[in-house]
Structure formats: C-alpha cells, structure tokens
Design a protein around this ligand. Structure first.
Ligand code: URA
Length: 437
C-alpha cells in the first residue's frame, strides 16, 4: 500500500461521522502513522473520534492486527530447560492505581517454574506504569534487545522489557492517548494491550481487567465487555487467554507512585505487605500457572520461603539494577491528618491517582520525565479505626510547589465516619473463552 491510497482527513471524517473503517483504511492509517506520514494531530483527531464513536469487533481485530504488523514478533517456542520447552506465560493489567502487581508476580511465577516474557508499559493517564516504577531502582534498564530477552528467559525464566520493536504503532499511539484524554476507550485499550501481548511470544496470557473509579472503565458491564473482547482476540491468535475482573474502586495496597510502590513490592516479596496486593498476586499466579500446566508449586509458598525474592534479585541484577542503593523516595513530604476520630471511610482511587500524577509521578507531555520519588502513602484502609489528629496520608515529591494541586485532588476523595464503608470483593469474576456477555 502506498501513502497515496488513502488520506487522513477522509479516514478521520468516516469515524467522526459514525462510519466503519475498512480493513484497508485501518492498515493504511496504522502503517502511515508509524512511519510518520500521518501526523500526531491527525492521529489525535482519529483517536478522539474512536473514543466518541467506538469500533465494531471487526475494526478492533483489524486495528490490533495492524499494530502487531507494525513491528517485530517474538517466538521463543524453541527455548528448552531440562530438555522440555519453556512454559511461557504473561499477564497484563488494563491499568489501575497502586497496581504494582507485576513486580511481585513475575518472580513468583519464575519461582514456580514457568517463564515470563513481560512487555511492560509506562504510566498512562492517572495510572502508573511498571517501567516507570522499576526504573526507580538504581541502574535498572528495561531497554533489552531481543537477544538479551531470549538469553534471560533461558537463564532466569523472565525478562521485563519496554515493548521497543514490538507493536511500535502502539508505542506512539499510547503516548499520544496519554496526553489527549483518549485513554478510557474499550477499543483503544483492547487493541493496545493485545497488540503488545500477542507479539511477545507467550503461549498463555492472563488479563487483570480493572473495574471501578480508578480504572479506565468504571462500569462493570463495560469492563466485562473489555475482558471478553481481549479474551476472544487472544484465542483468535492461538493464545490461551483468560481474564480476571478485579476491583479498582480503591487503590491497591498502601502506596501509589513509583519508588514507594517498589518498596511495597519488596515487602510483599519478603513475605509481608498489604493483604490485597498478596491476594491479587497469588490469584493471578495460580491462573498463569494453570494456563501452562505448571501448577505443582504453591505461589503463596514462594513469598513465604523467600524463593520469589531470590528470583526478583536475580532479575533486577540481570537488568543492571542495584537494590542496595536506597530507593529515591521524594525529599519533601506533606501529611494529611484525621480531622476527627471514627472509622476510615472510602478512599477514591481516582482522587489518589490524580494526586500522585500532580506530585510528578506521571506525564503531561509526550515522552516527559517522571519523578521516581513522587507518591502517596496511605496509613489507613477503609474500615480501619482512626484517632483524631493521626496521619492518614503522606504525600512525597521533589518539587514542593506541587503539593497544593495534589492536595486539591485528594480533597473529597476520602472521609472519616462512624461506620465502615461497603467494600466489594477484590476478585470479582473470571472470564474465559466463550464468556462474551
Ligand atoms: N495497558 C495498555 O497497554 N494499554 C492500555 O490502553 C491500558 C493499559
């Protein structure tokens, strides 16, 4: 196809007016955006049209395939350990607040005998990204060549890497969505997640599909449809794909940010840490191990006996990181204290996510730098007893001028009352093939 077969204004107009994009138009726009013929402002307009008009299942499948075709496709099917093929399995989250699960999960799955080729992402909107978090570890690099990923999978059983040459169209579109308010879109999330994941060479995939105030999709119906869409896309490419629907009304764990979330993940790997982080880690690990028939070892045991921590240290060292260097937690702090005694009420994940973003943990311009030290620590969970005057939230940043904006975001996102709020279960459902609602 040449750059003259279509033109961007016509493609944008078709979607703006509620039409269906042809396969050829989708292939053209993805190919020519990746190569720079279609400009950022044209793709921004198209993304907003998709955001507002949606896409048919056929358009989503083609958009995903075109993004996969924009780059490389890994195949690690020839890798062997003890004469047997490696069991390659990965997970991806649709994005949440305090969602640090990849950090403890990958070493748990390694310790249970499966291998994880994990193409991870950067922060998107009010949600954090695994790469921004892990890069808070001194020296850690996620820029791995294909050969290095292959070698790490063979030697250690995992690699956590920037998608790089995998789905480069998604890399550009993801960065553009982050700064054009086009993140909260089912077709754009499904195609973004699945293009990277289907290109990375895993045999099985588990999708942690977040639902609630701090997720991109807030209604359970929509999140179910997203999960079912991704599961179908996975199976259509021959990958055993399952989704777990999990709550994102309140933040996960007690920390949100970059370095603070790494510190909390280390607590989990040391056998402690918040219960909700441990519960999701173990649930997703069981699902991943089941998908590749590697269910002989109990994932929870690897957290208790230190084997997951050992694997994490191996992984960080292999990727240049030095865990003996203190994590760069923000130099300036501000504390929010309890105005009265009582019971901690609800904590709104979106309010906390936006506060952390304002503290500097996310981006407002494409390719901008994040502050590793920016974050929030919560001292109470919903339902905990609270004493008047005690600290409820500690905010961290390296740029104290950011405190007032962050405090304004947090304001109204929490309460102290007389009774414990109702909390829905953390693990809401499991969605497998054919479960299309
Ligand atoms: N993760 C992704 O890779 N893409 C999205 O759009 C959301 C979460």
């Amino acid at each position: 196809m040449t750059e003259f077969d279509f033109d961007a204004p016509t493609v944008i107009r078709t979607k703006r007016d509620g039409g269906v994009l042809s396969d050829a138009a989708i292939d053209w726009v993805i190919e020519n955006y990746t190569s720079g013929v279609v400009a950022d402002e044209q793709m921004s307009a198209l993304l907003m049209a998709i955001f507002l008009r949606g896409m048919t299942p056929g358009e989503i499948a083609r958009w995903t395939a075109a993004m996969i075709d924009s780059g490389d496709r890994f195949d690690f099917g020839d890798l062997r350990r003890d004469g047997k093929p490696l069991r390659l399995v990965d997970k991806h989250s649709t994005g949440g607040v305090g969602d640090k699960i990849t950090i403890p999960l990958v070493p748990v799955v390694m310790a249970c005998g499966a291998a994880v080729p994990q193409a991870a992402g950067r922060g998107l909107g009010h949600t954090g990204g695994t790469l921004d978090k892990l890069e808070a570890i001194s020296g850690f690099t996620a820029e791995l060549s294909k050969d290095r990923i292959r070698q790490q999978l063979q030697d250690l059983g995992a690699a956590i890497f920037a998608a790089g040459d995998l789905a480069p169209a998604d890399r550009k579109i993801y960065a553009l969505r982050d700064v054009t308010a086009t993140t909260e879109s089912l077709p754009l999330i499904a195609s973004s997640v699945m293009s990277k994941k289907l290109a990375e060479g895993a045999q099985a995939l588990v999708l942690d599909t977040k639902v609630g105030r701090g997720a991109f999709l807030t209604s359970e119906d929509e999140a179910r449809r997203l999960a079912a869409t991704m599961v179908e896309l996975g199976w259509a490419s021959g990958v055993d794909t399952r989704a777990v629907l999990t709550d994102m009304d309140r933040p996960l764990g007690l920390t949100v940010g970059n370095a603070v979330e790494v510190a909390e993940s280390l607590d989990v790997l040391a056998g402690g840490g918040p219960e909700d982080v441990v519960e999701i880690t173990v649930t997703l690990a069981r699902e991943m191990l089941d998908a590749v028939g590697a269910d002989g070892v109990d994932p929870a045991q690897t957290l208790r006996d230190g084997t997951a921590m050992d694997r994490f240290r191996d992984l960080v060292e292999a990727q240049g990181g030095d865990l003996s260097v203190p994590l760069p937690i923000g130099a300036h702090t501000e504390t929010v204290t309890a105005p009265r005694g009582g019971t901690m009420g609800d904590i709104d994940a979106m309010a906390v996510g936006l506060a952390v973003w304002r503290l500097g943990a996310g981006r407002s311009t494409p390719g901008g730098r994040v502050q590793f030290g920016a974050g929030v620590r919560m001292h109470r969970r919903p339902g905990d007893p609270v004493v008047a005057g005690e600290p409820l939230f500690t905010l961290y940043t390296d740029t104290p001028e950011r405190f007032s904006g962050a405090l304004a975001e947090l304001d109204g996102g929490w309460s102290v009352g007389a009774e414990a709020p109702e909390v829905r279960p953390l693990i809401i459902d499991r969605i497998t093939r054919g479960g299309n609602p």
